[in-house]
Write a protein that binds this ligand. Structure first.
Ligand SMILES: Cc1cc2nc3c(=O)[nH]c(=O)nc-3n(C[C@H](O)[C@H](O)[C@H](O)COP(=O)(O)OP(=O)(O)OC[C@H]3O[C@@H](n4cnc5c(N)ncnc54)[C@H](O)[C@@H]3O)c2cc1C
Length: 415
């Protein structure tokens, strides 16, 4: 839709958070619009058809903490099929690259690490999570690799208290049509102006003035849902400046996580939903899912500094790395069966600049600081503001709903 000149509420960003906010304001009597810089809904939720046989979630894929995930009832209501098979992450890996005895030892080492984190978090004192690695343990590099998948960052830059605050109920489900497809369908009824990049939020006057790539819009209230790195880099500016928000966003940087999908020939010879990884003893490693939903492909996942290096190496680097690593595990014959289909480069995406937020050591409290409203007129949502489900799409959606309720409370009896 085209940009109106004035609304009661402007929502910046049509990701899960912005769409959650828009839904919560529907029927309130307030006029509203969602302003989205991209030409599509969903933000970091994005499903593509990588080939006629392969549906691929470039961003979020798992309905984490599914028993508490607000997208589960939404998916059911919208008629999306949910796959409740649990992920194979802890299972024995396909092939011989990660023998059973080694796997058990690794699981013992990582469980013991998490236990030390839990104990340390009870003191309430923050520290880099890396401090709780056991010195000299041979599994440390691979425990770091898991952190790059979970946090988008190595443990030296991750707050112990923030990691401890995340609520993982261990139920991880999926949407067969793709999480991105679900979130786009959820957003379909909302009023959204696409290709509308907001560069300035001017909030000194009676009405808030937004400068956008489609012109000026005035609003009574604004909900900001853009990723923290865009606030931290001042890709979106506030006038008067909001140094407290800037500091909070800088304390909650987006890490880097990327995905790749490779077409797999002779797929029937490989296990459906098979897990593939090696006892590489390195942090610079991928983790792979063979034939998700039975599709003829292998998906790879990379994180942290290694993912950033591969992004910097240019298009095709994730696929090339995956094929080399998989050939190292399963033998060179597999090379001719694998063909690059699609890969992400989230840190290079101008409207994301990373994957999901983690708190730097000493900054676990920044999530609440970022979430707090300013002057009863500026409201903040997005995965980074979620107290328990940060990093996730449902945490983002719930935060949008929370911000919309704050708007409704602020307008009080006026609607
Ligand atoms: C590789 C990867 C894997 C992931 N896996 C999972 C998973 O399995 N499960 C899970 O729950 N989560 C996962 N996530 C995280 C999840 O995708 C995000 O937490 C969630 O989608 C964030 O929603 P949001 O609304 O906070 O932000 P976004 O989705 O980033 O939405 C913000 C929107 O604001 C727009 N925008 C930015 N700047 C401006 C501007 N100046 N003006 C106008 N619009 C602007 C952006 O284009 C974007 O659409 C993953 C993410 C990645 C990258």
């Amino acid at each position: 839709m085209s940009l109106p000149s004035s609304v009661d509420v402007a929502i910046i960003g049509a990701g899960a958070a912005g769409l959650g906010a828009a839904h919560a304001l529907r029927g309130s009597g307030l006029s509203m619009i969602v302003l989205e810089a991209r030409d599509r809904l969903g933000g970091r939720a994005w499903t593509v058809q990588a080939s006629p046989e392969v549906t691929f979630d470039v961003g979020c894929g798992w309905l984490h903490s599914a028993d508490k995930n607000s997208f589960v009832p939404i998916a059911r209501q919208l008629g999306f099929a949910i796959n409740t098979d649990l992920p194979p992450w802890g299972d024995r890996a396909f092939g011989d690259a990660f023998p059973e005895v080694e796997r058990k030892e690794f699981i013992r080492a990582i469980d013991a690490f998490y236990e030390r984190l839990r104990e340390a978090a009870k003191t309430g004192e923050d520290a880099p999570a890396a401090r709780y690695l056991e010195p000299g343990n041979r599994w440390n590099p691979m425990i770091e690799a898991v952190s790059t998948y979970v946090n988008g960052s190595e443990l030296d830059r991750v707050s112990l208290l923030d990691m401890g605050a995340y609520e993982d109920t261990t139920f991880n489900w999926r949407v067969r049509a793709g999480y991105g497809t679900l979130i786009a369908a959820y957003g379909a009824p909302c009023p959204v102006a696409l290709n509308c990049n907001v560069t300035l939020v001017e909030h000194s006057g009676k009405r808030i003035r937004l400068e956008t790539s489609q012109g000026i819009l005035e609003a009574g209230k604004v909900i900001v849902t853009v990723p923290t790195n865009l606030i931290a880099d001042e890709a979106i500016c506030f006038s008067p400046a909001l140094p407290v928000k800037l500091d909070a966003a800088r304390g909650l940087p987006l890490g880097v996580d990327d995905k790749v999908t490779l077409a797999l020939e002779d797929a029937e010879a490989f296990p459906v939903e098979g897990h593939l990884r090696g006892a590489t003893m390195r942090t610079a490693m991928g983790t792979y899912l063979i034939r998700p939903f039975g599709q003829p492909c292998i998906d790879g996942f990379f994180g942290g500094r290694f993912a950033r290096e591969l992004e910097d190496a240019g298009d095709g680097a994730f696929a090339a790395q995956s094929i080399d690593e998989i050939a190292g595990f399963l033998g060179n014959d597999i090379r001719r069966k694998l063909k690059p289909l699609r890969e992400s480069r989230w840190a290079h995406d101008p409207f994301a600049r990373g994957s999901y937020s983690h708190a730097l050591p000493g900054h676990a409290g920044d999530r609440a600081v970022l979430a707090a409203p300013v002057d009863g007129r500026l409201f903040f949502a997005g995965e980074a503001t979620s107290p328990l489900f940060f990093t996730t799409a449902h945490g983002a959606r719930d935060s949008g709903e929370r911000a919309a309720k704050e708007v409704l409370a602020a307008v009080g009896g006026h609607n």
